[in-house]
Design a protein around this ligand. Structure first.
Ligand code: ATP
Ligand code: LTN
Length: 331
């Protein structure tokens, strides 16, 4: 079986972009691969977090994995900071990574622009920690949204460089992007990806939004000029491809299993109003039962699953670290 690893940060509210771009495909992939899903709390603290909120969010993300259909009898679920090897390997990989590698990272460039001089070293080093997450477990496939591809490229570079310098130690991993859902755009700005750190709540639909909130946000979502429902694959023509509507149709399609073509047909002769009310209903049709499952999982239950996951992960990670320490020459 192929080995798979992925993770989400316990920061902000998980939105439908995170679900459609990442977690949804994990549920299918866990049937075909030996899978590890991690709540990456050490990544979250690269920007300031309130300690109480961070603890709560960490449990919430794990519950979201479970409510989405991640099965702890098939996959390993754990919290990054519970396996110390992640930090240890990140340090060793820091001595293999180069400033030139990290200076190129667009996520760092974007995020550090906002914070200027106060940007943490952790934020700069974030991709090295991510490489450590992946390389510790001989990971072959890393399913993510397309914004993470550059980080996976770094993990590949570090694996190869380490192997060349110290002998074959790490598997060179591959990123895996799902075609649809790879990039859900912001509801208030279809030129940028939906993001949980967006300044306005009208940018995203959170997985915990109730029916009324979903309807309010969808009604407020920007649309392109024009009144009829069309969908074009020609992204080179901004006018024809109508990116705002295209994004809404994609969301509709992913939650309803109807193709964009079928959706366009359903709304022939109708306007944005009908379309938006139905879209909100389709989203809530997924979210309501999802939220019921989420509410039914107790803290105790999820903590026990995470503890068992950490025990499994620690054993694998420790075996790899033994090899790494020996290769590097640590006594
Ligand atoms: P932020 O935008 O605040 O940095 P985020 O929303 O990107 O956070 P992450 O924890 O960084 O959230 O990402 C979790 C997973 O969700 C990653 O695999 C990422 O690629 C995916 N993802 C994030 N945003 C989107 C999106 N708009 N569309 C599809 N996938 C997404
Ligand atoms: N940076 C990733 C989260 C992440 C991750 C990983 C994803 C941390 N470590 C290892 C896959 C594999 C993000 O989605 N923002």
């Amino acid at each position: 079986m192929q080995k798979l690893f992925s993770g989400v940060q316990p920061s902000g509210n998980l939105h439908i972009g995170n679900y459609l771009g990442a977690v949804k495909q994990w549920v299918t992939l866990q049937e075909q691969a030996e899978s590890i899903f991690c709540v990456v709390d050490l990544h979250a603290i690269t920007v300031p977090q309130d300690p109480e909120v961070l603890r709560k969010k960490t449990l919430e993300i794990a519950k979201i994995y479970l409510a989405s259909g991640i099965d702890p009898t098939k996959s390993t679920l754990f919290v990054q900071s519970h396996v110390a090897a992640h930090s240890e390997l990140a340090w060793i990989l820091n001595t293999v990574a180069r400033m030139g590698d990290l200076d190129k990272m667009t996520q760092y460039k974007d995020k550090s622009q906002k914070e200027g001089e106060t940007t943490s070293i952790g934020l700069y080093d974030y991709p090295v920690l991510m490489a450590a997450d992946i390389l510790l477990y001989d990971t072959e496939v890393v399913p993510v949204g397309d914004d993470q591809l550059q980080h996976i490229e770094l993990a590949r570079t570090l694996a190869r460089r380490f192997n060349e310098r110290f002998g074959e130690t790490f598997v060179v991993p591959e990123g895996r992007i799902q075609k649809e859902g790879a990039r859900i755009m912001g509801l208030d700005d279809p030129t940028k990806k939906m993001s949980k750190s967006a300044p306005s709540e009208y940018n995203y639909i959170s997985l915990t939004d109730d029916e009324a909130t979903v309807l309010r946000k969808i009604k407020k979502a920007v649309t392109d000029s024009g009144t009829d429902i069309t969908y074009s694959d020609d992204l080179s023509d901004a006018e024809a491809s109508r990116p705002a509507l295209r994004n809404l149709i994609n969301i509709y399609s992913l939650f309803s299993r109807k193709t964009p073509g079928e959706i366009v047909e359903m709304y022939a002769g109708k306007g944005y109003g009908d379309f938006k009310v139905d879209l909100a209903a389709v989203i809530s049709g997924f979210l309501t039962p999802f939220q019921e499952r989420l509410a039914s999982i107790s803290d105790e239950e999820v903590k026990a699953i995470l503890e068992a996951g950490a025990v499994k992960a620690r054993a694998q990670a420790e075996a790899k670290m033994k090899q790494v320490r020996e290769r590097v020459g640590l006594l």
